[in-house]
Design a protein around this ligand. Structure first.
Ligand code: GLY
Ligand code: MN
Length: 430
């Protein structure tokens, strides 16, 4: 890892908070992600399971966390299992975590090697009533591969069929949705790196640069500051491709008169920022581009006010769509009379605005959380309205990251330029 080690109070507290929610006599088991294959003997880069990371801070593959808070034996209340190294492994992959390092990172006192796992679990299950296991319950998840957790669920249920099985996901999703101070500091750091990247490209973009070069400039800035690109494919979309919501080819030359929509941000210590800015390739928006830009910016500012404790995202989506409808009428793109007659399940505005305004943000870019439950302090959300006018050859999206606090919210992007005039000034002041 390239980031400064995280204070292990974060993981100790996260485990404490999870334990408070368990039924008596429960064992909790979470597995790391697999390292997925590519082709031949190739492997994809390893990405830790975010729930396991949240509870341990461990980024190593083949890690297992076992919690048994009611264990009669103190040493078995929290156990971390890690890979055992041998000379061959060290030769090819370098050192893995030592027992002491794993213990220091996680704050877990009992660290054992993986081959001991089956026997220890067997020993503990006779004292336990419930077994909590993990699965990906994100509503829009479309996962075709079987994860290590999935395989473990089958194996565990086959071996211990008479225990009561419970889901970790609803408990941990609600915890993860509300960030602690340590997490908020890490997210602020991701926002700072994002700002650095954006300021860097403002003096770089001009007609003739390629989308690829813009992507590279951002990545350079993120990595040299010990961060990384946020956990999504960057969107660097000039011209008509600014209307393609998930354009990821990023391979065209940016042209005079076009806008450049950039949906790219940094992560730091696995915590993501998520930024979108739309800028003029030549440093000056046309009158029409600016009108649409300011319409989107007004919607962002009005919607941001709605992000506060007690509000529900599903309601905010409705109010946000009404704000966009008003702007689309003022821009001459829709008529009030038609909106009054529209099918509410298929609003006319979706032609120009086919997505929602917000998602939770954190260890996942589309982070875990519940859209129908009240917002609460510590939650971080995006605010990302857009208007995409394919027939006019451009789309505008703007996206800030918003922290819910006791009184309302704080915009974590308050230092990242967003006013059209400021962006134009910065692009032209070389
Ligand atoms: N930043 C990409 C997304 O929110 O879908
Ligand atoms: Mn987003």
């Amino acid at each position: 890892m390239k980031y400064q080690r995280i204070n292990n109070k974060l993981f100790i507290n996260n485990r404490k908070n999870l334990i408070k929610q368990l039924k008596p006599n429960s064992i909790v088991i979470l597995n790391s992600n697999d390292i997925l294959p590519t082709n031949a003997d190739g492997l994809m880069p390893f990405k830790q399971n975010n729930d396991l990371f949240y509870l341990t801070g461990i980024e190593q593959e083949e890690t297992i966390l076992l919690l048994f808070p009611d264990s009669p034996e103190e040493r078995f209340k929290e156990i971390l299992f890690i890979r055992e190294v041998n000379e061959e492994l060290i030769l090819w992959e370098g050192d893995k975590l030592t027992v002491k390092e794993a213990s220091d990172i996680s704050g877990i006192k009992t660290v054992r090697f993986l081959p001991e796992f089956d026997d220890i679990l067997n020993y503990l299950t006779s004292d336990a009533e419930h077994i909590y296991l993990n699965s990906n319950e994100y509503k829009r998840a479309a996962v075709e591969v079987e994860t290590r957790d999935d395989r473990f669920i089958k194996k565990c249920k086959a071996k211990y069929p008479l225990h009561y099985y419970c889901r970790i996901a609803p408990l941990i999703y609600r915890l993860r949705a509300r960030k602690s101070d340590i997490e908020i500091d890490l997210m602020k750091k991701a926002c700072e790196l994002t700002e650095k990247g954006f300021r860097r490209i403002l003096s770089f973009v001009k007609p003739g640069v390629t989308e690829t070069e813009v992507e590279a400039e951002f990545i350079h800035e993120f990595i040299r500051n010990n961060g990384a690109p946020a956990d999504y494919e960057p969107i660097i979309a000039s011209g008509i491709d600014s209307c393609t919501l998930h354009y990821i080819k990023n391979n065209k030359t940016c042209k005079d008169g076009d806008v450049l929509l950039i949906d790219f941000a940094a992560s730091y210590a696995n915590y993501n920022a998520d930024m979108t800015r739309t800028i003029p390739v030549n440093g000056k928006l046309t009158a029409r581009q600016k009108r649409v830009y300011n319409a989107v910016l007004r919607v962002l500012k009005e919607t941001r006010k709605l992000l506060k404790p007690g509000a529900r995202l599903l309601k905010i989506f409705e109010k946000n769509r009404a704000l966009i409808e008003k702007e689309l009428i003022d821009l001459g793109l829709l008529k009030m009379a038609d909106i009054k007659k529209q099918n509410p399940d298929k609003p006319l505005s979706s032609k120009y605005y086919p997505h929602n305004v917000s998602h939770f943000l954190g260890l996942d870019v589309h982070d875990v959380g519940y859209f129908d439950e009240p917002l609460a302090p510590g939650m971080v959300l995006t605010c990302e309205p857009g208007i995409y006018i394919r027939e006019e050859g451009f789309g505008i999206r703007l996206e800030n990251n918003i922290l819910i606090n006791q009184n309302g919210n704080t915009d974590l992007f308050e230092n990242i330029p967003i006013e059209a005039d400021e962006i134009e000034d910065l692009m032209n002041s070389k």
